[in-house]
Design a protein around this ligand. Structure first.
Ligand code: UQ1
Length: 445
């Protein structure tokens, strides 16, 4: 840290004296080496770093974590913030406090990857050499994907537009639900890959339940209700897994929610939302009195524009081993990876142990033998007090933890799953998962 400060001060002084920035010719950029460099202090980065440390095979500073963030957020909880059930503050912790002191923490951004020569540069131009690299920086929200969205989110009271998808905005969602007494409420989901594909409708189901209890929405008489509810999604169905999609479609119809499928939000102007349609069909514009938006998401530019990315911009790893397809000492898990599953913290519970086992075997000169089956989960709030616990693997095939134990059908919303979602998962997450002790359905590691 001290060294990097000196280096950047020297660079700044030089840049000033020459009158231009010298990013390409740093004066004395420091160079350090680590056995493992982990990009990202999010769910995947923390779980994997601590699982590696717990293997007992690494000493002080063998493993480094790179992340510019000051805070770590329990993002699965933001739906609960949107539903007025938790505060955003109680879901976050300072990132440095979650990192074991045996790990070297670079609280910096990433500049570039040079996998051919086994190093990365940091945003401050310092160089980190590695034996193994783990890339887990997550995905970026693209607020620019919807015209007028950034401006609308900055003035939530006037615009009636909000989103649970960021720390800055999630606290505005519940007040907007409470404030609405009549009119059109529209909940959107974009076409394309997002994290937690169920969240765009979870917040809708909570809002519906809230308005129902407030006497403003009657599911048996939606046309005669003060509030009308529509789910506008760029996707063709309620959910990507047929088993759960069927149940959610049944709920949508039962509850009188209008389904606007293959409607991809592209613009907000005043109280009008415009949706693109496929196959050159004309755009559709709808008036709203409340709009809950989910922006498009995608890989960070520093990943997308690197030699590590596949065509879509994700870190190009093997679906089973999590090892990079071209660079044998590069690995990825979590949202930034190309693993073709739904992007959730639950997925990381299954990905992390596979990555760790395979990386350790590779260090020993053996071939990877652990295989990730695509396990992921979506605890889908369908009302206050009930959750449909979708759990599935590659191919959208259900893989239900509790079905196996108790013979129950997890497509049926239950109060027990609600307690898991609201109380147990946030607790076990900070208590064990980020420390490398939690294997999801496998329990404590
Ligand atoms: C899980 O382990 C986890 O992380 C703590 C979640 O929180 C985000 C989950 O949503 C799920 C489903 C799991 C999986 C664990 C079990 C016991 C099914």
């Amino acid at each position: 840290m001290v060294r990097s400060k000196v280096a950047s001060a020297a660079r700044a002084a030089l840049a000033t004296s020459r009158g231009y920035a010298t990013a390409s010719s740093p004066v004395s950029a420091a160079s350090r080496s680590h056995k493992v460099v982990v990009i990202g202090g999010g769910t995947a980065g923390l779980a994997i770093s601590h699982q590696l440390l717990r293997s007992g095979r690494f000493v002080q500073d063998d493993i480094a974590i790179v992340d510019p963030a000051l805070w770590h957020n329990y993002q699965p909880g933001w739906t609960l913030v949107g539903g007025g059930l938790k505060t955003r503050e109680e879901l976050r912790q300072p990132l440095h406090g979650l990192i074991d002191p045996k790990l070297k923490f670079y609280n910096e951004s990433v500049g570039t990857f040079t996998p051919e020569e086994n190093y990365i540069t940091l945003g401050n131009s310092n160089k980190l050499n590695y034996d193994h690299l783990i890339v887990a920086p997550g995905v970026a929200l693209d607020f620019g994907s919807v015209k007028g969205l950034s401006e609308a989110l900055a003035a939530p009271e006037e615009s009636a537009v909000s989103t649970i998808y960021s720390y800055d905005t999630c606290a505005n969602v519940f007040p907007s639900i409470e404030k609405l007494k009549k009119g059109n409420a529209i909940f959107t989901q974009p076409a394309g890959v997002i994290k937690c594909a169920g969240a765009p409708q979870k917040i809708m189901w909570l809002a519906l339940d809230y308005w129902k209890k407030a006497g403003l929405y009657d599911p048996t008489n939606p046309a005669g209700s003060a509030i009308k509810i529509a789910f506008a999604t760029g996707t063709p169905t309620m959910f990507g897994v047929p088993k759960y999609s069927a149940k959610l479609e049944e709920l949508r119809k039962e509850r009188g929610v209008e389904g606007l499928f293959t409607h991809d939000l592209v613009a907000i102007e005043g109280k009008k939302a415009t949706f693109a349609r496929p196959n050159g069909a004309a755009n559709v514009t709808r008036d709203f009195d409340l709009l809950h938006v989910v922006p498009k998401m995608g890989p960070h530019a520093f990943v997308k524009n690197s030699a590590l990315a596949n065509e879509a911009g994700y870190v190009d790893v093997d679906d089973g081993t999590t090892r990079h397809k071209k660079f044998g000492n590069v690995w990825s898990a979590g949202d930034a990876s190309s693993l073709p599953t739904s992007k959730t913290a639950a997925a990381v519970t299954a990905e992390a142990p596979v990555l760790v086992q395979n990386l350790l075997r590779t260090i020993d000169g053996k071939e990877p033998d652990a295989i990730y089956d695509g396990y992921t989960s979506c605890p889908l709030l369908t009302e206050y007090g009930k959750v449909l616990l979708a759990e599935f693997k590659y191919g959208g095939v259900p893989k239900e933890t509790f079905g196996k134990w108790f013979g129950i059908d997890q497509a049926i919303p239950r109060k027990e799953f609600y307690h898991l979602k609201k109380t147990f998962f946030p607790w076990v997450y900070y208590q064990a998962m980020v420390k490398g002790n939690w294997g999801g359905p496998k329990g404590w590691l």
